[in-house]
Design a protein around this ligand. Structure first.
Ligand code: MN
Ligand code: MG
Length: 642
């Protein structure tokens, strides 16, 4: 829709905005306020892929900045809000937080860029806590716009940031008359930060239920505001009314005090087909519990635009009409990416130094690979990237434990494929030959730290059972190809445990649901589980080296809840990987997966999507076949099991 027809559509229900109106003098004042929302930018500052060292037109605040400026120029009144998950995610974020640490960048460049774009307010995402509270504290000093968060408290009862802010803005109505309008902005983050970043947060802060905090603060905020907008770093849920749930955007939107809501965290787009048909949601119009709502993608992929028509009656402003739109920075036409906007030069300039420094850092050589590594076929058990992470974690843990009583215990390592299809471009693909830090960052994209847990054989089996729920249940009676993956399970929750051998029987139902609750007690997907060639003893104790996210309880793995941590180490898993590669000389990683699918009597065929690039490699794997295009931007492959 072009701007003129857009405006006409928007105004249609309530009369012309700018046209002649004989009743103008009697009419109540009407204001068009455009609320722009961004979310889950994750330090994607520029349209650049640091792993592959080339431009990437699917990401970047620099591209989003062009959309922001354009959207603003179309509206007389606008606000720009961010919904969190800013500081962590790209190699630039890791460089600034872990290498530079404000030594050469006295202000955090991402906030400098957001300042230049004149953000009005923002909230924290869960990933803001990944580098610890002192770093967050210091980084926030660079922002000259307010941050709000209503559900994280310090040691006392006080929230670590103001729970809300009231923006006093002079807005111009359709007759060019100015009105002082008070816009309340409140922010929320998933209380699960206490699990995911337990190591950084335990004993320092506490997080409360989003819904309970909304109930606490909204009446006082409403009393002081003409309009209330929620910055909800929480996704659109599955309709469950669980007060402590992670994704509660509809529940927040349902509060009478809320006029509009910006959601995020789930890295999806709303309005859009992802949420069609859910109760309480209009996925086309863009409403959550009847209120205008937006989820603007991730990594800078979309700008959220909520157009509000405010009408004044009896001294109160109310929303007379609204329209919601997620504007993309690119679109896919088959396997081709078509850019929808140019980078904003002013934003590019802000990052000049950080970009150069990040490129220098990721280009540092760390070793040499004898074998190429890719993640295109991890779902068929060909997963050298994860095998290498496990090799490095085992090596690191052995030296950490040497000389301690724990050194006598059997040691295993758990890791998962991180870059394995989150987008059609997000795969590991590292050629044999010299490798650099960019390759280690590609292999290990999260800012996790080393944790070692102590578990028995029974817990190990449940750990693997929950990991195996990434696979759909296979119907052996059905000869047609069936989908292999349950795409609701993030790839980072498919833990592979090195040091064990096991088979996965996908004709069995998953034992656990997405939240780790036992739902099929009789079922066993993990079969023939062995340690050193012998069936595992349920009571035997093991140490498993993993990361702080998993050890703290991330991913809802049964009995992995933070209580079985034997040792926490401040070393980043990625740094352990880099050290291992550095000391390994020419490094070979062999295709010896700890797991394989359980063979069936009659061969089964299952399909999964991977990168189009993968079609060039498929002939190396006799059980795999390229069968054509997959979901938007992907290619589809078939694996024969049995
Ligand atoms: Mn995020
Ligand atoms: Mg998040």
């Amino acid at each position: 829709m072009n701007d003129i027809s857009r405006r006409a559509a928007l105004m249609g229900a309530a009369g012309s905005f700018f046209g002649a109106n004989s009743a103008r003098a009697q009419r109540s004042p009407r204001i068009h306020l455009r609320v722009l929302g961004t979310s889950d930018l994750h330090m994607f500052a520029l349209d650049w892929d640091y792993y592959l060292n080339r431009p990437d037109s699917t990401v970047g605040l620099n591209k989003l900045a062009s959309l922001i400026k354009k959207a603003r120029s179309e509206a007389g009144n606008s606000l720009l809000l961010d919904n969190g998950d800013i500081l962590q995610g790209s190699p630039m974020g890791d460089f600034l937080a872990t290498v530079d640490q404000f030594k050469s960048n006295p202000a955090h460049p991402f906030f400098v860029a957001m300042n230049a774009l004149a953000y009005d307010a923002a909230t924290l995402g869960n990933h803001e806590f990944n580098f610890g509270l002192p770093f967050l504290d210091r980084a926030l000093k660079s922002a000259n716009f307010p941050f709000v968060c209503a559900n994280v408290r310090g040691v006392g009862d006080k929230t670590i940031l103001p729970p809300y802010v009231i923006l006093r803005r002079r807005l111009v109505d359709e007759d060019n008359v100015a009105h002082d309008v008070r816009i309340g902005v409140i922010g929320f983050v998933p209380p699960q930060i206490m699990v995911w970043d337990r190591f950084h947060l335990e004993g320092k802060v506490s997080a409360q239920s989003i819904v309970a905090s909304a109930r606490q603060f909204l009446p006082e905020l409403r009393a002081q505001s003409d309009l209330v907008i929620a910055l909800c770093h929480s996704g659109i849920g599955d309709g469950r009314a669980d007060i402590n749930a992670e994704n509660v955007a509809e529940q927040v939107a349902a509060f009478d005090e809320i006029d509009a809501i910006i959601t995020g965290h789930s890295h999806r787009v709303f309005p859009g087909p992802d949420y069609a048909g859910r109760p309480g949601i209009d996925a086309q119009k863009g409403t959550l519990s009847g209120k205008p709502g937006i989820m603007p993608g991730f990594w800078g992929s979309h700008l959220g635009v909520i157009d509000l028509i405010l009408e004044q009656a009896n001294g109160l402003w109310r929303i007379a009409n609204f329209q919601v739109e997620a504007r993309p920075i690119y679109r896919r036409e088959g396997a081709t990416i078509v850019s929808a906007c140019e980078p904003d030069p002013q934003t590019v300039a802000v990052f000049a130094s950080a970009h150069a420094q990040t490129q220098d850092w990721v280009s540092q050589p760390i070793g040499e690979l004898a074998t190429p590594l890719h993640s295109y076929f991890v779902w068929a058990g060909h997963d050298l990237p994860t095998a290498l992470i496990n090799m490095a974690q085992l090596d690191y843990a052995r030296s950490l434990l040497a000389g301690t009583p724990l050194a006598e215990m059997p040691l295993l390592s758990a890791a998962a494929p991180f870059r394995a299809g989150y987008t059609p471009d997000a795969y590991v693909d590292i050629k044999a030959g010299p490798i650099a830090i960019r390759d280690a960052a590609n292999l290990y994209m999260f800012s996790n730290t080393i944790s070692i847990v102590r578990v028995n054989g029974a817990v190990l089996k449940d750990w693997l059972e929950h990991a195996a729920r990434v696979f759909q249940r296979f119907d052996p009676e059905n000869a047609a190809p069936q989908p292999l993956l349950d795409l609701r399970v993030p790839t980072y929750n498919f833990d592979v445990i090195a040091g064990l051998e096991y088979e996965i029987d996908i004709s069995q139902p998953a034992r656990t649901d997405l939240n780790g609750r036992m739902v099929a007690d009789h079922a066993h997907r993990i079969v023939d589980l062995r340690y050193q060639g012998r069936p595992i003893d349920a009571r035997q104790e093991f140490l498993v080296v993993t990361n702080n996210y998993r050890a703290g309880g991330g991913g809802h793995f049964p009995a992995i809840d933070g209580d079985n941590i034997a040792l926490n180490d401040a070393t980043a898993n990625r740094d352990a990987l880099i050290s291992f590669i550095r000391k390994s000389g020419r490094l070979s990683v062999t295709d010896q997966s700890p797991w394989r699918f359980r063979k069936t009597d009659t061969p089964l065929r299952a399909w999964f999507d991977s990168a189009p690039m993968a079609a060039n490699l498929v002939s190396q794997f006799p059980e795999l076949q390229h069968i054509g295009p997959g979901r938007a931007g992907y290619a589809r492959f078939e694996v024969q099991i049995g």
